[in-house]
Design a protein around this ligand. Structure first.
Ligand code: DON
Length: 578
């Protein structure tokens, strides 16, 4: 079996090399070797450039584009499309996402290519006649999808920052769709979880036509055709042409509201990134419709005021301090955050020193759990009213790109667009479908995140950059639904405060509190620390163990000016570069 795998891998490398040589690329790359027999991989460093993602194929292609002279944006576009093929549980053209980037010599930028509610969607579409939520309707099947934004997002990035031809950047993805990619053990396990739904919703399809095993090659010929059209016609194909016709046909015959006008009108939106400071570092992160940036900056502010640098790593006091700050930020998220084009999000107030100091003083330096029922969203004066994927790229030209993209759940709504071969998102569940009712991540919301025609659902995706003395220090992000924000937060704390390497930081066990439910979530590995767990219970926390939190793909500038990859072993993440 191992021999077969290594032959397949060698063949694959040769074929990619030939493909890329034909594109004028010189395949000189190193890829992080995975050693699954060890618990943790060794750190991977480069001097010039690096690409890190949830899939080896995508990272390799990113590095090849960089080697060929493309910039980090070119690499990111190619990686996005490769992930849409080789990581179908989250990589996508049927979803959306956010980019935070530092273009060389310019101000940082943020791009919102989040999905949108169709124009015909109303606040109560997931409720029955008595006003109760219809279980599963916003999560599984055709009605769960919003208007996809990824293809427009990639095109918008290309228009503004791309240097290589659009169609060439999509060739590697077409190659993987036509010739297949090799399934990993994790791929197979994740596929098994949704296989019945994929089958019952779509009938026979590429994902369910075989009893897949690790090492098998999965081909997606229909997706290859769609990608060829997108390579040739750009977003016109997806939003106005043949692919849009297939999307509308698929959606409308099954009761979704998306129509041709929705697709024609879709726009990716450049937004002003949020900036904050944390000790001597500059944090650049995603504004609404993500909640991630605001929550991250709020928590960092509180932790700095509570002198987190004096509190030992993974001590009782550290967990309490971080969890209490998290509760306050998630409480605010529930009330104030939504699509800024529809609701008046009080970003400045929520991040103002006076507001946050008032929040801090209300509870004092935490030494125990304050029950969530006692923590309410703050009062703002003048206010009126597990699957996603992240990839990080740095080039040798001064560009840094941080992109998180999603179809929400693993395999999204489980709907595969007929004859187009791609999976539609189930992002409508990220709206607050009824005030106070939890979504699939246990998050609650209200008016600010209620469904409205054309509105973008609130997200937790937190693509983030950190600068030190004006230079890029860290590029980071993660999947994980509600846990994205706290996963990104923990990477910042680990490397900036506790001076860990990027890989070391990724390897650390994670914890998470989101205010409601009033539970401190811990990864299973914390079970080894019985004394700490007893102390946490004594401090008033209800503890729940849960499966791995997040799958970080990050790049850190080291003290000796190298790039270090953060390759999360919770997934099949990989880094490549030189
Ligand atoms: O935008 C969001 O916050 C969610 N749709 C992200 C979903 C996610 O990360 C699932 N992954 N585990």
């Amino acid at each position: 079996m191992h021999k077969t795998l290594s032959v397949i891998n060698t063949l694959r490398k040769i074929i990619i090399s030939i493909l890329l040589i034909s594109l004028g690329c010189i395949p000189l790359f190193k890829c992080k070797k995975k050693n699954t027999s060890k618990k943790h991989v060794a750190s991977f460093y480069t001097h010039e450039y690096m690409a890190v993602s949830a899939r080896k194929e995508a990272s390799e292609i990113g590095a090849l584009i960089l080697e060929k002279g493309g910039n980090a944006f070119d690499a990111a576009i190619a990686m996005h499309f490769v992930l849409a093929v080789t990581y179908p549980q989250a990589g996508n053209i049927g979803g959306g996402g956010f980019m935070v980037a530092q273009p060389a010599g310019e101000n940082p930028v943020a791009l919102d290519f989040r999905e949108q509610a169709p124009a015909k969607a109303q606040e109560n579409i997931y409720l029955d006649q008595t006003g109760n939520v219809i279980p599963g309707k916003s999560v599984i099947g055709h009605r769960a999808s919003g208007i996809p934004g990824s293809v427009m997002g990639m095109y918008e990035i290309h228009q503004r920052f791309g240097t290589m031809p659009w169609s060439k950047l999509i060739q590697p993805a077409i190659y993987y769709a036509q010739h297949g990619f090799v399934l990993t053990e994790k791929d197979v396990l994740e596929l098994q979880e949704v296989i019945d739904e994929l089958d019952s919703i779509n009938g026979p399809n590429v994902f369910t036509c075989n009893k897949w095993q690790a090492g098998d090659t999965l081909k997606q010929p229909e997706l290859a055709k769609t990608l060829k059209r997108i390579a040739h016609h750009g977003p016109d194909d997806f939003y106005r042409g043949e692919t849009s016709r297939l999307i509308i046909q698929e959606m409308q015959t099954h009761g979704n509201w998306i129509d041709s006008l929705d697709l024609r009108n879709y726009k990716a939106i450049w937004r002003t990134p949020l900036k904050g400071t944390f000790y001597n570092y500059e944090i650049i992160t995603m504004p609404p419709p993500s909640s991630g940036g605001i929550a991250l900056l709020q928590i960092l502010f509180m932790l700095e005021k509570w002198n987190i640098h004096t509190i030992p790593f993974q001590s009782l006091q550290q967990i309490i301090t971080v969890a209490e700050a998290e509760k306050m930020a998630y409480a605010d998220r529930s009330k104030y955050l939504g699509d800024p084009d529809f609701v008046d999000v009080p970003t400045d107030s929520l991040l103002s020193k006076s507001y946050l100091m008032q929040r801090l003083n209300q509870f004092g330096i935490p030494s125990k759990s304050t029950p969530s029922a006692r923590i309410k969203p703050g009062i703002i004066t003048g206010y009126e009213s597990e699957e996603t994927t992240h990839f990080s790229v740095i080039d040798n030209k001064g560009n840094a790109v941080s992109i998180t993209t999603t179809i929400n759940s693993a395999y999204g709504s489980r709907v595969i667009v007929k004859d187009a071969g791609f999976i539609m998102n189930n992002e409508m569940d990220d709206f607050s479908i009824k005030p106070g009712i939890k979504n699939q991540f246990g998050l609650i919301g209200g008016k600010a995140n209620a469904i409205q025609p054309g509105k973008r659902m609130l997200s937790s995706m937190t693509p983030t950059l950190v600068k030190e003395n004006g230079n890029i220090k860290l590029i980071v992000g993660s999947p994980g639904g509600a846990t994205i924000i706290t996963t990104v937060l923990q990477q910042l704390l680990n490397v900036l405060i506790y001076k860990q390497g990027m890989q070391e930081s990724c390897n650390q066990p994670r914890f998470h509190h989101q205010w409601v439910p009033d539970i401190l979530y811990l990864e299973e590995t914390w079970k080894e620390k019985q004394e700490l767990l007893d102390s946490l219970k004594m401090a008033g926390y209800t503890i729940q163990f849960r499966p791995p939190i997040g799958r970080v793909s990050a790049i850190l500038r080291t003290q000796d000016n190298r790039w270090e990859a953060g390759v999360d072993q919770r997934g099949d993440n990989a880094a490549a570069g030189k």
